[in-house]
Write a protein that binds this ligand. Structure first.
Ligand code: SAM
Length: 293
């Protein structure tokens, strides 16, 4: 596995002094990172990881599933006109031409091999879906300033605000949330809780049914009510993960929300859905926005 092979066993921050170059970044102490990050070198490493991943069977299967998910949103003839226009009118590889992408919770890809592989997979998916890099917004409160520079150098749009996952979709949007906290998914579902927005939403992230199976039912319904309702009506296509990449891509699915299934939920669910509060979650897995005092 090229240079990543060594780090694979030891997925931790590198201690070696970084070489100084024009693109060297100094991370601020406030970001809990005292290293120098060489933007050029990090970009090259990511591109090498992309090349490595491209040779894996895994990649072809992921690509196929993404394109399938795109066409699934066109499978209902009643939806074709509107959605097809928004998707660019083609059922082949160009299907996703008008897709946007939002990636939350990637993690510190300069120091963590898993996050770097996930970033490489994101770049491959954007390429497969012909989603322009600038139409992909990324956010993680854990990013250092150097990492934000690397992402900008790659052409991605780095968000400055913590949206807590509460992003309203206005067009078909792929959300890439790898191993993220359940509250992030729940917030995303809440913000788009309508039969108009959910069918425009494609999630590549942790399986909702896996979340349900791992939680006590009563707490799952209480704390993550939108996931708990969505789990019975969404379509999940499990994505393959070879054992050597288990820490990177395990328990991941493509999740879509076909209109016909959403219509099975009681109409009352769509009326003024309350914003999630998480009062009962002492170990909330996401970082919330700072409240103004
Ligand atoms: C369990 S880690 C997963 C990291 C990486 N994707 C992986 O699989 O190793 C969850 C990530 O979510 C990020 N996160 C927490 N709150 C967030 C928020 N409000 N918006 C976006 N990302 C958030 C954390 O900083 C962390 O990097």
């Amino acid at each position: 596995m090229s240079d990543a092979g060594e780090e694979w066993q030891v997925a931790r921050r590198r201690k070696g002094a970084a070489r100084r170059s024009k693109s060297v970044q100094v991370c601020s102490e406030s970001e809990n990172c005292q290293e120098l990050l060489d933007v050029g070198k990090t970009v090259k490493r990511i591109r090498d990881t992309v090349s490595e991943l491209k040779c894996e069977d895994l990649w072809l299967q992921w690509k196929e599933q993404l394109l399938l998910a795109g066409s699934a949103s066109l499978s209902n003839p009643a939806e074709i006109t509107d959605t097809e226009v928004q998707l660019g009118g083609s059922r082949d590889g160009r299907l996703c031409q008008q897709l946007e992408c939002v990636c939350y919770g990637l993690g510190s890809f300069s120091s963590c091999v898993s996050a770097r592989f996930q970033l490489a997979m994101l770049l491959l998916l954007l390429d497969a879906g012909q989603i322009p890099l600038k139409d992909c917004s990324v956010y993680d409160p854990a990013f250092s300033s150097g990492e934000r520079d690397v992402l900008k150098e790659l052409g991605l749009t780095v968000l400055a605000e913590n949206e807590e996952g509460k992003r309203l979709v206005t067009k078909p949007t792929l959300f890439y949330l790898m191993h993220c906290g359940k509250a992030l998914y729940n917030n995303l579902l809440w913000k788009n809780w309508s039969t108009r927005c959910l069918p425009l939403t494609i999630i590549i992230g942790n399986s909702f049914s896996g979340m349900r199976d791992r939680m006590i039912e009563r707490e799952f319904k209480r704390d993550y009510s939108y996931i708990s309702q969505a789990v019975s009506v969404c379509e999940e296509r499990q994505l393959p993960c070879p054992s050597r990449l288990i820490d990177v891509f395990s328990d991941t699915a493509v999740i879509t929300f076909p209109t016909s299934s959403l219509n099975r939920l009681p109409q009352s669910t769509w009326v003024e859905p309350p914003e999630p509060q998480y009062h009962h979650c002492p170990d909330l897995e996401i970082i919330q926005r700072q409240t103004q005092s």
